[in-house]
Design a protein around this ligand. Structure first.
Ligand code: UD1
Length: 369
């Protein structure tokens, strides 16, 4: 029997974070595994630095798709992967997250007859206008293996009667990464580097098309946050940087704008902040695990578990709701975060993923023999 081969297909920051512990666990359990980078995120801070911080090896292939419209980007990735699969077809593609790279990887794999395991399956915000919601729904439908991060995600996919052959709550592999990196965060002196005082600033990121591509909504958020009267360290995503300049929006005096941060600095920022303001999915979870409240500047979230636990508030982009959310933040007690790890597993998600993938590959091998 020839050894089965797995490719992890990624291309953005959050996909690199989700994949790193999985790659390590797969290699440890003897699975032959390589990494294919679509290149959706291509700037140093957005990509290569994340590979080295998370100890991922160099990708075996780089599609270099770069920035483009979603359709062009998705089309280029499908074409690139199609060619790659003709040359060296993996037995299984592991596809993390819900980005355009993830959608394209799912479609290309399915068309090439490569089985798909979706890592972070079953998340639903219920808002189909979000690009990521479309991506995750389509990808879940195309996947043979659904690796869900929470019990609620398993419930979602079961209620949709998806055709997958294997579904399990494995926990969240981002939590595995966080637990591993947490002891090193103390050594990262973001206070001196960015002239901040521990516990007296908010850490903010904004990048979703729904928040930043609309001038009125971006303007409302920036001015509402500036008006809270607290220093806000604002890591500006390239999409947001471009929109701010296109819309002629200047940050107010309480906003301290920063280039996209390396991963460890970003986690250190969360851990020293008073609270987090974001429209990102991953950062909501990281704040929860690090015991920090979050104002989610969206109307829906795929991580309802955190809102239900009381660790985050959905405040949308309206200034009055943002201001009200800020008042509620100071009333949150540490008790809220005590169970935070358990909702997302206990930091052993990647081991569970490796076990499940090995079992799936064995079954595939037996079918083919
Ligand atoms: C993508 C994901 C989102 C994820 C986020 C993390 C989709 C639909 N969205 O959003 O789910 O949370 O990544 O960051 O896939 N750009 C650069 N340099 C880069 C990357 C992007 O300048 O390294 C610019 C490009 O002009 C591009 C824009 O940012 O057009 C948006 O980037 P894109 O990769 O399309 O989506 P994100 O907003 O990063």
């Amino acid at each position: 029997m020839t050894m089965a081969r797995v490719s992890i297909i990624l291309g953005t920051r959050p996909q690199i974070i989700k994949s790193a512990p999985v790659y390590e666990a797969l290699v440890k359990s003897g699975v032959e595994c390589d990494i294919v980078n679509t290149g959706q995120h291509y700037e140093f801070e957005m990509n290569r630095q994340f590979f080295s911080e998370l100890h991922l090896p160099k990708p075996s292939a780089d599609l270099n798709v770069g920035a483009d419209t979603p359709n062009e980007q998705i089309g280029s990735i499908i074409r690139g992967l199609g060619r790659l699969f003709e040359d060296r077809r993996p037995d299984l593609a592991i596809v993390p997250g819900d980005t355009n790279s993830a959608l394209a990887a799912g479609i290309a794999s399915s068309k090439a007859g490569v089985d798909v395991a979706h890592l972070e399956a079953g998340c639903r915000s219920g808002d189909i206008r979000m690009a990521e919601e479309v991506n995750r729904r389509v990808l879940d439908n195309l996947s043979e293996v659904l690796l869900c991060p929470t019990a609620a995600c398993v419930k979602n996919v079961k209620s949709e009667h998806l055709p997958a052959e294997a579904i399990a709550n494995v926990g969240d592999t981002m939590y595995d990464s966080l637990l591993r990196l947490r002891p090193t965060l103390e050594m990262i002196d973001v206070e001196t580097k960015y002239r901040l005082e521990e516990g007296s600033f908010a850490f903010m990121t904004l990048h979703r098309a729904e928040t930043v591509d609309d001038r009125a909504s971006l303007r409302a958020v920036l001015s509402a946050v500036d008006g809270l009267g607290i220093r806000v360290a604002f890591s500006v995503h390239p999409r947001t940087r471009d929109r701010m300049s296109e819309f002629g929006l200047k940050p107010g005096p309480n906003l301290q704008t920063l280039e996209p941060l390396p991963y460890l600095e970003s986690l250190a920022m969360v851990s020293r902040s008073k609270f987090v303001i974001t429209d990102s999915g991953g950062l909501q979870k990281e704040a929860f695990w690090l015991g920090k409240p979050t104002l989610i500047v969206r109307d829906t979230t795929e991580w309802n578990e955190i809102v239900r636990a009381g660790g985050a508030f959905l405040v949308g982009t309206t200034p009055s709701r943002i201001a009200l959310g800020y008042k509620r933040v100071s009333k949150i007690t540490p008790k809220v975060f005590r169970e935070s790890g358990q909702i997302f597993g206990r930091g052993k998600a990647s081991t569970k993923v490796a076990r499940m993938i090995s079992k799936y590959l064995d079954a595939l091998g037996n079918e083919r023999d």
